[in-house]
Ligand binder design. Structure first.
Ligand SMILES: N[C@@H](CCC(=O)N[C@@H](CS)C(=O)NCC(=O)O)C(=O)O
Length: 210
């Protein structure tokens, strides 16, 4: 058995954050497909694994027993500590990383993922709610673009789990309805992420949840 099992599916940018981290670290891990579109996250068995009913869930098979964790931000923080990669070196960096992971979870990923779900999976582009959420996502992209102008990485002089969190949905520009040339700093930063050894698209790392 691999050291880590990740409950995931390829359409999930949140699961991708954890899968990408594992892959970039060269960790010994295996995906466990979540049949998301078949409703698995609503099943009693899944709720017993994660009361929040969400993917991803990481299981670390440790000598002292299995350690189970959900929430991509918590998973990334745990993996950075355990694997010694993409974490902070100073207290200032620790809180800069936390600040951006919180912004990502509250604003950037949440609006981007919801907007993509309505646009791409439900074809609800003209729905007023979808328009509102799209505007909120664009606002978050503008914040990230402004922050990245003149710097290579989000929270330090090297890639950290803040970068890995924020990029979760951004390699699907068509599905989220954006042309990154309008956000040049994000465009360049996504190029730097793609150049990291071990980088791969979500579909290469995880099975489909369809
Ligand atoms: N903040 C959570 C969000 C996780 C999340 O929303 N996952 C989606 C799949 S991308 C999910 O399982 N949603 C099920 C639901 O909301 O009922 C994280 O970062 O892990």
């Amino acid at each position: 058995m691999a050291e880590f099992t990740l409950y995931c599916f390829s359409q999930s940018g949140n699961a991708y954050k954890a899968a990408l981290m594992l892959e970039l670290c060269g960790a010994d891990w295996q995906p466990r497909r979540v049949a998301f579109f078949g409703g698995e996250t609503r099943s009693p068995d899944y709720r017993a694994l994660n009361v929040m009913g969400e993917a991803p869930v990481l299981v670390h098979h440790r000598e002292d027993g299995d350690f189970t964790l959900s929430q991509s931000g918590a998973i990334l923080t745990y993996l950075a500590r355990r694997l010694g990669r993409f974490g902070h070196e100073t207290e200032a960096e620790e809180f800069e990383i936390l600040r951006w992971i919180l912004f990502d979870n509250h604003k950037l990923t949440s609006y981007t993922a919801t907007e993509r779900f309505m646009r791409h999976f439900q074809n609800k582009k003209d729905d007023p709610a979808a328009e509102f959420i799209y505007a909120r996502a664009k606002g978050a992209w503008k914040v990230l673009d402004a922050h990245l102008a003149g710097r290579d990485w989000v929270a330090a002089d090297r890639p950290t789990i803040a970068d890995i969190s924020l990029c979760g949905y951004l390699f699907w520009p068509q599905e989220i309805g954006v042309d990154w040339s309008a956000y040049p700093a994000i465009d360049a930063w996504l190029g730097r992420l793609k150049a990291l050894p071990g980088w791969a698209m979500p579909e290469k790392l995880m099975p489909s949840g369809q």
